[in-house]
Design a protein around this ligand. Structure first.
Ligand code: BEZ
Length: 247
């Protein structure tokens, strides 16, 4: 997946803003070591550094890590695939906001996180739950089907039951797991939904030229306008799953 770090900081700053609440689930202890998994441009890594003297942010995107290092040169960031963690008994907390739904191999991800945590170490994460962005996905699917293109949903949005089973299989003890609706207002006024698609659907849009992409955006907007646009802003139908679990 190709990320645009400038667009991310300008039009998707809400992703990190929502992550602030998740940080409140981390016990306060300045000595703890924290891994920020999927740190993007580093805004939450910076917040986490206020409660930890030992922090590293990783992301699979070189572009995101370059931007994070530029913004926060005094913090540790590394380009790393979340399914290839090499750490053993290193972290008190693995934190992750809005990342797991991009990862296909959840068994491998959880196995790596479990190994990286110290005994009793915590996984604190939140990502898209079953039903997340389902109206946007449905509208996008309809638009592609109408031009005879196959529609594939690339995201992993589990139910609480499904994810609880995966966590337990990986060895975690679950402290909290729940899902909830989080309707999410998008910035950029009437362009909010297309800016969102430009960032998050890049891979799926890259086979179309710019003119064709504009037609896709207009058609998706037409389908969703009544439900999601109030005349000034778009509100996306986010659903979240929140997990607090320990080794
Ligand atoms: C999210 O839930 O954060 C999300 C999921 C898929 C695409 C973009 C955002």
């Amino acid at each position: 997946m190709k990320w645009d770090s400038r667009l991310y900081d300008k039009s998707q700053a809400f992703v990190s803003e929502y992550g602030n609440e998740l940080i409140s689930f981390i016990p306060l202890n300045k000595q703890q070591c924290i891994l920020d998994l999927g740190c993007g441009t580093g805004d939450l890594t910076q917040k986490l550094s206020e409660i930890s003297s030992c922090i590293i942010g990783i992301d699979a995107s070189k572009e995101m890590i370059r931007a994070a290092k530029k913004k926060y040169p005094y913090l540790n960031f590394e380009v790393m695939d979340a399914c290839h963690l090499q750490w053993k008994n290193q972290f008190d907390v693995v934190f992750s906001n809005a990342v797991f739904h991009w990862i296909a191999d959840q068994e491998r991800l959880l196995k790596g996180i479990y190994a990286a945590l110290k005994n009793k170490g915590k996984l604190v994460c939140e990502f898209g739950a079953s039903g997340n962005i389902s109206q946007i996905e449905k509208a996008y699917g309809l638009v592609l089907e109408s031009s005879s293109k196959e529609y594939v949903n690339p995201f992993y949005f589990p139910t609480v039951e499904e994810y609880s089973a995966l966590l337990q299989t990986a060895g975690f003890k679950i402290e909290k797991i729940y899902d909830y609706d989080r309707p999410t207002p998008l910035p950029d006024g009437k362009d909010g939904l297309r800016k969102w698609m430009m960032q998050f659907f890049t891979d799926r849009l890259s086979m179309y030229d710019e003119a064709r992409q504009m037609v896709i955006f207009e058609n998706v907007e037409k389908i969703l306008e009544k439900k999601m646009f109030d005349g000034t802003k778009w509100t996306a139908d986010y659903r979240r799953i929140r997990v607090i679990a320990h080794k």
